[in-house]
Each structure stands twice: as structure tokens, then as C-alpha cells.
Design a protein around this ligand. Structure first.
Ligand SMILES: O=C(O)[C@@H](CO)OP(=O)(O)O
Length: 255
């Protein structure tokens, strides 16, 4: 397929802007932390980019976490698209970071060393240790997950687990919107979007280890009739900002 083929659908992926815990360099996962001031500005800038480049979403899908929800609201406000329909799902949540949730990334790197630290952060199939039920940063009793049977409620996840729990939502909720010819905005998280990009781009388990998604820069995928990307990797609406933010994500922990 060449770049000149005409797209059948447009998908826009948006990782939330910087959160308070991104700023503080803490592992976050399912902990529901707000955006930082910088993150709010990134989200609005993302919406401006969409408006300037005529990438106007018809429908929105978000996770259940307020950093993604607030990002989508700020971006859509900047693009004057607050009125579009929205659906939310836990299946778009960030990867559950298990016992690392709430821990300082630099301190974790210093305590466990680079290899273990990067295995927990980026290996495809090694999850961090599970979170202790009832511990400070577990989501026990959180009403937004009350409908989930215990066997699907994660206590930790590796990226392979995220692919498995994210894909049913892709096929059942997002694909029908794309098939209807909509421009679809997905506002989610670093690792849930890594799972989606892996699927879209047909990346191998090794290849995805090196993939990092920047905060707040919309990533547009033009898809063909089979919902395959016309261009592998899609196109960031601000490539220079994306490149700088990707470096920042890569180097987290190494102060
Ligand atoms: O802490 C997290 O939940 C994620 C995203 O911020 O971090 P990482 O990039 O280390 O997987």
C-alpha cells in the first residue's frame, strides 16, 4: 500500500498530558492521578493541532482514568468538538503496575538496577510483582471497577496482558466506529497505546520493547479498508515535540 492510497478511516491516538505523578517520576498504572499544569497545556495544544490540521474527531473513546478523560476534554475544547459522543472503558486503562504503583522510578532503578528496572518497564511478558490487596495504591473497592469479576481485575500486568484485555474493546467498540467512516479519537495511556500501536503496526514482541509514546501529541493513523495503517507508525501532528517527549519518557528514572 502506498501513501497515496485514500484512507477509509482515520484514527487519532492521544496519550494524556503530563500527570502529577509523571512529573514526580512515580510509577502510576491504575492510580487515578490528575494532570499537572504542563499536562493541561499539552492537552490543549493537542486539540489546537487537531483543529489546525483539520483532524476533527467524530467520536471519542477514553479509559476510566481522569488524566485521559481531562486530556480529551481539554483537547476537544480547543478543537471545538466537546459535543461528540464518548465511550469509556477500563480496557483502555494504563497497564496495572502491580506493587510498583506509587514507587519512585529513580529509587526503584537505584535499588534493583537497570536490567530489572527496564524488564519491569518495557519487557513484553514479565509483569512486576502483584500489588498487595488493601495496600495504599490498590484499587480495591473502587466503584468504577465494581462490575468486573475478580478474575479479570488485574493485580499486575505486563504489556502482553494489556494486549489481551485491550483488543476486545478495539474489535467490539472502536472498529465499528471506524467502519462507519468516523474519525475516532482514543485518549488513553503510554502502555495501553503501546499495546494498540503494536497491534496496528503488526510489531513483534521484541520490537515493541523500544516503542515509547509521548504525552499530549496526537498521533494520526490513516487506515485502509482492512483497517491497516497506510503508513506504519502513523504521523504525529507535531513530530518535533513528539521526538523530544519520546526521549523524556525513555529516560524516566535516570535523573
Ligand atoms: O507509570 C506509569 O504508569 C507509566 C506511564 O506513565 O510509566 P512507564 O513509562 O514507566 O511505563
Amino acid at each position: 500500500m502506498t501513501e497515496t492510497a485514500s484512507p477509509a478511516a482515520t484514527l487519532v491516538l492521544l496519550r494524556h498530558g503530563e500527570s502529577e505523578w509523571n512529573k514526580a517520576n512515580l510509577f502510576t498504572g491504575w492510580v487515578d492521578v490528575p494532570l499537572s499544569e504542563k499536562g493541561r497545556a499539552e492537552a490543549a495544544r493537542g486539540g489546537q493541532l487537531m483543529a489546525e490540521q483539520g483532524v476533527l474527531p467524530d467520536v471519542l473513546h477514553t479509559s476510566l482514568l481522569k488524566r485521559a478523560i481531562a486530556t480529551s476534554e481539554l483537547a476537544l475544547a480547543a478543537a471545538d468538538r466537546q459535543w461528540i459522543p464518548v465511550r469509556r472503558s477500563w480496557r483502555l486503562n494504563e497497564r496495572h503496575y502491580g506493587a510498583l504503583q506509587g514507587k519512585d522510578k529513580a529509587a526503584t532503578l537505584a535499588e534493583y538496577g537497570e536490567e530489572q528496572f527496564m524488564t519491569w518497564r518495557r519487557s513484553y511478558d514479565t509483569p512486576p510483582p502483584p500489588i498487595e490487596p488493601g495496600s495504599e495504591y490498590s484499587q480495591d473497592g473502587d466503584p468504577r471497577y465494581a462490575m468486573l469479576p475478580p478474575e479479570v481485575r488485574p493485580a499486575t500486568e505486563c504489556l502482553a496482558d494489556v494486549v489481551v484485555r485491550m483488543l476486545p474493546y478495539w474489535y467490539d467498540a472502536i472498529v465499528p466506529d471506524l467502519r462507519s467512516g468516523n474519525t475516532v479519537l482514543v485518549a488513553a495511556h503510554g502502555n495501553s497505546l503501546r499495546a494498540l500501536v503494536k497491534h496496528l503496526d503488526g510489531m513483534g514482541d521484541e520490537e515493541v520493547v523500544g516503542l515509547n509514546i509521548p504525552t499530549g501529541v496526537p498521533l494520526r493513523y490513516e487506515l485502509d479498508a482492512d483497517l491497516r495503517p497506510l503508513q506504519k507508525g502513523g504521523q504525529y501532528l507535531d513530530p518535533a515535540a513528539a521526538a523530544a517527549a519520546i526521549e523524556a519518557v525513555k529516560n524516566q528514572g535516570k535523573k
